[in-house]
Design a protein around this ligand. Structure first.
Ligand code: ZN
Length: 158
């Protein structure tokens, strides 16, 4: 898997203050676009992209996924593409995943949540990557662990 920075390193510093309040503009869409491009670059026929989103993410909409699926099918002239978010698709899951649900799901499936990154403005200092501890995503993460009654092992900067 290629290591790609979203947003690009060249503009990330200038976006930090903006992102602290508003998020990185179009970040989730860019990640989805990169997933599609990565799938197209692979040998084989990967044409299903499954987003791991929760109900508060900007692309947490079945309608958005359908529009993006149609767009990629139209662009590539391939009808096999399918962009899904099973965590928020009420046709598949019983209710949209919240952060609390996501944390419980990770625990049930032995996913080391302390190794995941949700922060919009992470801090890299002395070789350690910290969650900022202050942005909306960090606050939602902290509340999710609290509500799930799971010990939060996240490295927060503040
Ligand atoms: Zn943060």
């Amino acid at each position: 898997m290629p290591k790609i920075s979203v947003p690009p390193k060249e503009i990330k510093d200038r976006l930090q203050e903006y992102a602290r309040v508003h998020r990185y503009p179009m970040r989730d869409f860019i990640m989805q676009m990169l997933a599609v491009q990565y799938a197209a670059s692979l040998d084989g026929n990967v044409r299903t992209i499954c987003n791991g989103v929760i109900e508060t993410d900007s692309i947490a909409s079945v309608a958005i996924n359908r529009i993006n699926t149609l767009a990629i099918c139209e662009m590539t002239k391939e009808v096999e593409w399918n962009i899904l978010s099973i965590n928020i698709d009420e046709e598949i899951s019983k209710k949209p995943f919240s952060k609390h649900d996501e944390i419980l799901w990770a625990k049930e499936n032995n996913i080391p949540d302390e190794r995941t990154m949700t922060c919009w403005t992470p801090v890299f200092e002395n070789g350690v990557l910290y969650h900022c501890g202050e942005c909306y995503a960090c606050c939602e993460r902290k509340a999710g662990f609290f509500n799930a009654k799971v010990i939060d092992k996240t490295n927060y900067y503040k």
